[in-house]
Ligand binder design. Structure first.
Ligand code: F6P
Length: 345
């Protein structure tokens, strides 16, 4: 091996030893809306940290726990038998106080009190936005893990919980289809996703729905009118349309109201899936993603990374700067709408 390569390796190893000497204790928290697989991520972070001989502190109720000092020692056995459980054993919250400079100062004081040298935060857009702000004010390395059913973070193909939510939606659509068929009805099924349309779009494909009404397209055209003008499948009397929860689509209730007024020939019903999409045992996909991301988050800290989210890019674990993950929009594949329409004829 040439001397310069050898020197590079020695330098790299020394840097890692220096960073590891600095980080002794890692705090882990879940924040924002929960998602199936968060427990698998907590388990992976805890176990990977322990295997690198770090101490672990569990922080309850997300940033609220940091502000209100709900911080406990975490050991390998504290995360036993949780890989299959929905929700989060650390609980979660949306914390107003952490959005204020005073709240963040309190949080930092508690971090110092517990000797926490680095943080792993698991959550969605709001969680990473909070982490970015915190990291810009205080000297603490933070690594994020994308945990949200919405799949709306840029730089990762999937977020933890998305696959489980999608499977839940598919399960529900299958059941609604039975009764829709029996009664020859038109069903609007509203799904979550906040600003994002991934659950509606992919849920429609997986459930064999006739259409997905999503904000990106609703902004440009009257999707409902088009759908009804072009007619639903002629070989079938019932129809299922997935609707993304969003003021732009109007939501399932509003669409159904319009159909009752403008197209009274349809017998229309609405199902809003709501928070049931957030629960349940995580799928294999989400458990694997959470486990890999949790372990990678600790490797990131060992390598001296900070202010990055762990992403999944074509099966590879990558580091995505917070600024990118929360700023850029993850676009939908518009061709999928065409596919849905084509397959429903
Ligand atoms: O971000 C996850 C999510 O489930 C969104 O899909 C939904 O709009 C929102 O959280 C609901 O939030 P809450 O649990 O506060 O009602």
């Amino acid at each position: 091996m040439p001397l310069h390569s050898l020197l590079y390796i020695v330098h790299y190893e020394l840097c890692i030893i220096k960073i590891m000497a600095k980080i002794k204790t890692i705090g882990v928290l879940t924040s924002g809306g929960d998602s199936p697989g968060m427990n698998a991520a907590i388990r992976a972070v805890t176990r990977a940290a322990i295997s690198h001989e770090f101490n672990v502190k569990g922080i309850y109720r997300g940033y609220r726990g940091l502000v209100e000092n709900e911080i406990v020692d975490f050991h390998a056995e504290d995360v036993s038998n949780i890989i299959h459980r929905g929700g989060t054993i650390l609980r979660t919250a949306r914390c107003k106080e952490f959005t204020t400079p005073e709240g963040r100062k309190k949080a930092y004081d508690n971090i110092c009190k517990h000797g926490i040298d680095a943080l792993v935060v698991i959550g969605g857009d709001g969680t990473l936005t909070g982490a970015k702000q915190f990291a810009s004010e205080f000297d603490i390395p933070i690594v994020g893990i994308p945990g949200t059913i919405d799949n709306d973070l840029y730089g990762t193909d999937h977020t933890i919980g998305y696959d489980t939510a999608l499977n839940t939606i598919m399960w529900c659509v299958d059941r609604i289809r039975d009764t829709a068929n029996s009664h020859e009805r038109l069903f609007f099924i509203e799904v979550m996703g906040r600003e994002a349309s991934f659950l509606a779009l992919y849920g429609a494909i997986a459930g064999g729905a006739e259409a997905a009404i999503v904000p990106e397209i609703s902004l440009e055209q009257d999707q409902l009118a088009q759908l009804i003008e072009h007619g639903f499948r002629t070989t079938k009397k019932s129809s299922i349309v997935l609707v993304a929860e969003n003021p732009v689509t109007g939501g399932a209730m509003q669409l159904a109201e319009r159909v009752r007024k403008e197209y009274p020939q349809y017998d229309v019903r609405v199902t809003i899936l709501g928070h049931l999409q957030r629960g349940g045992s995580p799928t294999a996909q989400d458990r694997i993603l959470a486990s890999r991301m949790g372990a990678t988050a600790i490797e990131a800290l060992v390598e001296g990374q900070r202010n990055v989210m762990i992403g999944d890019d074509d099966e590879q674990m990558i580091y995505v700067p917070f600024s990118k993950a929360i700023k850029y929009e993850k676009a939908i594949d518009r061709h999928l709408l065409e596919t849905i329409a084509r397959l429903s004829k």
